[in-house]
Ligand binder design. Structure first.
Ligand code: F6P
Length: 347
């Protein structure tokens, strides 16, 4: 039997919203591929758009040095979805074909896709089109199916928690209600973790339908019980009446008008995604990167690296694609917070 050829050249791309830890993951894959396996590594610019336009750079041990602690992504990113063709002009339909052509022209043995849910779906579709693909899950939202945790999340929890901590003292001084809107897309993980870590009195997440009346009564009771202030943590994905510009602003206005309590809002925004990764994210991203390189060396494609039950493993992209990991309404964290008196907007 002839020996199977070890993959010699791989491409790495980063797609979707950026988050802390992406560069640590690029470094993890790249260094392992170069140092352990002697592969050539190229970095594709700006997500899938870089493969459509054949824009890339060579990554060497030297160029991968010094990026571990950097926020953002040295490769650039975009929200290009090459398979989304509905209502698009004809030339757009060629994108998956161009990607395959350029993958072959570049002589890639595998494409590493670092991204969130959308990226994992595209990665899966590319693998169905015959490309060798390995996915690495990243997002501050922590909503990727098949992994207990994504890198970016821990850094974002730290940032959001610090913001909530800082709101406590100003809320106390002015005896105000402080509403803080936290990112997370349609998932409540970031609001739940930072809300619990920051001692939010009310935590509203998309997975738990809220009743405004319950929230107003809860806040009014706190004021009557001589609690000088309250902190309301609102996930950006919760449902509010149409045409309201942001759930945080909506709630701040509503609380003040219904309860008469002075209320202010903070929409934390992109600060949650920027800057240097936390030590936990650096470690997780590096380990995901190394695991991806090891999968490639073993010829195990069509997979996403994952962190499950305390260890690094992998899962088929077919199982991940098209799914979202949301908070269960009876998640132990939710139940424990409720037992401490935290209001989730429902009796
Ligand atoms: O997925 C990460 C995330 O930051 C979400 O929390 C947020 O809803 C979204 O990206 C914002 O996306 P954009 O960068 O396109 O504004």
């Amino acid at each position: 039997m002839g020996k199977t050829r070890l993959p010699q050249k791989i491409g790495i791309l980063t797609a979707g919203g950026d988050c802390p830890g992406i560069n640590a993951a690029i470094r993890g894959v790249g260094k392992t591929a170069i140092v352990k396996y002697g592969m050539k590594v190229i970095g594709i610019s700006d997500g899938f758009s870089g493969l459509i336009h054949k824009e890339y750079m060579e990554l060497t041990e030297h160029s991968l040095s010094g990026i571990l602690t950097l926020g953002g992504t040295i490769l650039g990113t975009s929200r290009e979805k090459p398979f989304k063709s509905e209502g698009k002009p004809k030339n757009e339909l060629r994108k998956p074909i161009l990607i395959k052509e350029h993958y072959e022209q570049l002589g890639l043995d595998c494409l590493v896709c670092i991204g969130g849910n959308g990226t994992m779906k595209t990665a899966y579709m590319l693998s169905q089109n015959g490309l060798n693909v390995v996915g690495i899950p990243k997002t501050i939202d922590n909503d990727i199916w098949g992994t207990d945790i994504t890198f970016g999340f821990d850094s974002a929890v730290n940032i959001a928690t610090e913001a909530i901590d800082r709101l406590h003292s100003t809320a106390n001084s002015h005896k105000r209600i402080m509403v803080i809107e936290i990112m997370g897309h349609n998932a409540g993980w970031l609001a739940l973790y930072s809300g619990m870590a920051g001692g939010g009195d009310v935590i509203l997440i998309p997975e738990i339908a809220h009743d405004e009346d319950v929230i107003m009564k809860y806040l009014a009771k706190r004021a009557n019980d001589n609690k000088p202030y309250s902190i309301v943590v609102v996930a950006e994905g919760i449902k509010v009446p149409e045409n309201e510009e942001s759930p945080g602003r909506y709630f701040a206005r509503k609380i003040q008008s219904v309860t008469g309590l002075e209320t202010r809002e903070t929409v934390l925004g992109y600060i949650q995604r920027g800057g240097t990764p936390s030590p936990m994210d650096r470690v997780l991203a590096s380990r995901f990167g190394a695991a991806a390189a090891n999968l490639i060396a073993q010829g195990k494609y069509g997979k996403m690296v994952a962190h499950r039950n305390g260890s690094i493993s992998s899962i088929d992209l077919s199982e991940v694609a098209g799914k979202v990991k949301l908070v269960e309404a009876n998640d132990p964290m939710v139940l424990q917070a409720r037992e401490m008196g935290t209001c989730f907007g429902r009796c």
